[in-house]
Design a protein around this ligand. Structure first.
Ligand code: NAD
Length: 276
């Protein structure tokens, strides 16, 4: 999986080309992020996922990139929280109740966590909470008291200013997945135990890029989550430390979700044939 390539048209938005190869399939996700779109009744994230046979190059499927992205973003945020958070964590706060925030909340709920939502758009938070069977925080400060936090905002303003986090908390930073975006103050990152999905991507277009540019962290300060999952690197070191996961989004995660969707689709096709 090579790092994703950005084609930017700021301040309107950006496009990303994300290729990956695995399990006999090749994938390309052509996806974008246009933060002003909800005001126009359009989604922030949209595009297509192409899946081809890796042996003969045949195009096998075209999938909706918004749906694939939401499923894998929810999975990545919660996998990081379960891997790095304290074992006694109960509550999860999701900040930003848009398309991908709701996907993260839905995944936490599916894994048995209590979820509280916060969004600057209070109606959106209330609507999402009713839809998902979650609760709504009265303030950002209340949401930030949860054991685990996932931020899924456009990253235009800081959600975690300096001094926001308390010992033992885990944060999955999902929203700031491109150049110029940030959800956490660089100084707040510098006092946490840092993890990312992919250093190459995170050091150029993710949350960690700011702290790196300011000289507050170096390469050795951030561990890739995959290395923790395979047992090559240490995860949380104590109950008191703050763990932070910076997600930029990986094409290989999209490939895993796309293949699961294709498997499910072929079972439906089999069922349909049986009924005929
Ligand atoms: N890391 C990843 O893999 C990944 C995957 C998908 C999307 N993203 C990024 O996540 C962000 C959100 O995507 P989306 O599709 O959910 O967008 P969306 O527009 O559907 O939702 C964003 C929500 O954040 C809310 N919000 C804005 N500023 C806020 C603040 N300061 N505090 C609380 N809430 C705030 C908005 O009201 C809105 O409800 C985008 O920046 C997108 O690029 C990252």
């Amino acid at each position: 999986m090579p790092p994703k390539v950005y084609v930017t048209n700021y301040p309107a938005g950006d496009f990303r080309a994300m290729p990956a190869l695995g399990d006999g399939r090749a994938l390309l996700k052509w996806v974008n992020s246009f933060p002003g779109n909800p005001a126009r009744g359009l989604p922030t994230v949209s595009g297509v996922v192409l899946v081809s046979d890796a042996e003969d190059g045949r195009l096998l499927a075209v999938l909706d990139a918004g749906a694939v992205t939401a499923l894998r973003t929810g999975a990545a945020a919660v996998l990081a929280a379960e891997t790095l958070g304290r074992a006694d964590s109960e509550t999860a706060a999701v900040i930003g109740a848009g398309v991908n925030g709701r996907a993260v909340a839905r995944t936490f709920l599916a894994r048995g966590r209590r979820v509280v939502l916060w969004d600057v758009d209070r109606d959106r938070a209330r609507q999402a909470a009713a839809e998902l069977d979650a609760s709504v925080a009265d303030s950002l400060a209340e949401a930030l008291r949860a054991d685990t936090i996932a931020t899924v905002t456009p990253g235009h303003e800081l959600v975690l200013v300096e001094g926001s986090l308390r010992p033992g908390q885990h944060v999955s930073l999902m929203g700031a997945d491109g150049p110029g975006k940030a959800e956490a103050a660089a100084t707040e990152l510098a006092r946490a135990h840092l993890f990312c999905d992919d250093w190459e991507q995170a050091s150029h277009g993710g949350e960690l890029a700011h702290a790196l540019a300011e000289g507050l962290i170096t390469r050795v300060d951030a561990t890739e989550l995959g290395a923790v999952l395979t047992g090559e690197a240490e995860g949380r070191r104590s109950d008191d430390e703050v763990t932070v996961f910076d997600s930029t989004g990986l094409a290989i995660q999209d490939l895993a979700v796309a293949l699961a969707a294709l498997d499910a689709a072929s079972s439906f096709a089999d069922l349909a044939r049986v009924e005929l």
